[in-house]
Design a protein around this ligand. Structure first.
Ligand code: P6P
Length: 335
C-alpha cells in the first residue's frame, strides 16, 4: 500500500462538505500532533519519573495518574491554539474550557478523554486518547453556553481515538467510513494501514469485567450467561477478553467483531463510562463501521447528555451481538 498520509486521505477520500473551510483539517492536524507528543511521553514513561499517581482525585472520583495529567495538559495546550475551536471538554476537567480570545477561534467543539485506561500505564498495557468533534449550533455567538455543548452523539461531525500499543494507531471517521492509520516513528507520520474498517456482523468474543457480576443488573447477568453458551458462526464457543482499557477493547471489537459491555450496576444505574467523551465517539465509529452501540434499550447516539460528565451503560460491537443483549433487556421490560 502506497504511503497515504492522513491529510492526503482527507483530501482524496473525504467529500469536501461546503463548510469544510480547512478548519477541520487544521483541527485534525493538531489532534495528531498531540497524539504523537503523548505517544512519545508514554513510550519513555518507564525511564522518566512519570509513572504512578499524582495523589489527586479527578472530577470522576478516580486517582489521577501522572500521565493522565501530562496528556491532559498536552491536549489543552495544543488544541487551544489550533484555531478551529470555540470550546473544549476534557474528562479530566470538571468545567467546560472556553477557548481564550487571545487565540484564533473557530466553530468546532472538542470533547476528549486524554488518556483512557490509565490504570494500565504502570503495567505497560494499552492506553488511548478518545476524541469527539461537534459543531457550535448555527447562530450562536459570544461566550459558548454549556447547552450548546450538550448535544446528542448523532450530531458529531467526527470522532476517533489514538491507541498507544505495540504500534500507535489513529482510527477516526468524519462520517464517511472508518479509517485506521499507523504511526511510522521513522518519519513521524500516521500512514493509512486500515482503510474502510468494518465490524463483522457477528463476532466470537465478549468483553466485560466478570469480577463485578454480583453488581450487574439482571438483564446483564442473563446476557452474559447467554454468551457463555452461544456459538459463533463456525460453531465455536465465544472467548472472553478484557484489557481494562476501553480503547483497546473497542479496537479489538472493531477488527474481530463481538461485543464490549460496561453494564449498569445495582448501585450505579448509569454504569461507569462517560457518554460524551467515551461512549458517543466510539458509538459513532461503531455505526460507521456497520456495527451498533446501545445502552441496552436505546441507541447511544440518540442519548441527550444532561451534563458534561454524564455516564451511560454501553453495549457496543457486532450488530447481532448487541441485538442479543437488547432482546434480553426487552424481555425484562415486558416481564
Ligand atoms: P473496570 C478505564 O478507567 C475505563 O474508563 C475504561 O477504559 C475501561 O474499559 C474501564 O474503565 C475499566 O473499568 O471497572 O472494569 O476496572
Amino acid at each position: 500500500m502506497a504511503d497515504v498520509t492522513v491529510t492526503e486521505h482527507l483530501l482524496l477520500h473525504q467529500k469536501q462538505t461546503p463548510q469544510a473551510t480547512g478548519q477541520f483539517t487544521g483541527l485534525l492536524y493538531d489532534l495528531i500532533l498531540s497524539g504523537k507528543t503523548i505517544s512519545r511521553r508514554i513510550n519513555k514513561a518507564g525511564l522518566l519519573d512519570i509513572l504512578g499517581g499524582t495523589g489527586e482525585v479527578n472530577v470522576q472520583g478516580e486517582n489521577v495518574q501522572k500521565l493522565d495529567e501530562i496528556a491532559n495538559r498536552i491536549m489543552i495546550y495544543r488544541m487551544e491554539r489550533c484555531g478551529a475551536l470555540c470550546a473544549m471538554s476534557s474528562e479530566e476537567e470538571a468545567e467546560l474550557i472556553r477557548v481564550s480570545p487571545e487565540f484564533p477561534r473557530g466553530d468546532y467543539i472538542l470533547i476528549f478523554d486524554p488518556l483512557d485506561g490509565s490504570s494500565n500505564i504502570d503495567v505497560n498495557i494499552n492506553v488511548g486518547t478518545i476524541f469527539s468533534i461537534l459543531r457550535r449550533p448555527e447562530g450562536c455567538t459570544g461566550e459558548v453556553a454549556l447547552e450548546e455543548v450538550l448535544q446528542p452523539g448523532r450530531n458529531q461531525v467526527a470522532a476517533g481515538y489514538i491507541l498507544y500499543g505495540p504500534s500507535t494507531m489513529l482510527v477516526f471517521s468524519t462520517g464517511q467510513g472508518v479509517h485506521g492509520f499507523t504511526l511510522d516513528p521513522g518519519v513521524g507520520e500516521f500512514l493509512l494501514s486500515h482503510p474502510n474498517m468494518r465490524i463483522p456482523e457477528q463476532g466470537g468474543i465478549y468483553s466485560v469485567n466478570e469480577g463485578y457480576r454480583n453488581n450487574w443488573d439482571a438483564p446483564t447477568r442473563e446476557a452474559v450467561d447467554w454468551f457463555h453458551n452461544c456459538e459463533t458462526q463456525d460453531g465455536k464457543f465465544y472467548s472472553s477478553r478484557y484489557v481494562g482499557a476501553l480503547v483497546a477493547d473497542f479496537h479489538r471489537t472493531l477488527i474481530y467483531g463481538g461485543i464490549y459491555m460496561y453494564p449498569p450496576y445495582v448501585n450505579k444505574p448509569n454504569g461507569k463510562l462517560r457518554l460524551m467523551c467515551e461512549a458517543s465517539p466510539l458509538a459513532f465509529l461503531a455505526e460507521q463501521a456497520g456495527g451498533k452501540a446501545s445502552d441496552g434499550k436505546r441507541r447511544i447516539l440518540d442519548l441527550q447528555p444532561e451534563r458534561l460528565h454524564a455516564r451511560t451503560p454501553l453495549f457496543i460491537g457486532s450488530v447481532k451481538d448487541v441485538e442479543a443483549v437488547e432482546k434480553v433487556y426487552a424481555r425484562h421490560k415486558t416481564a
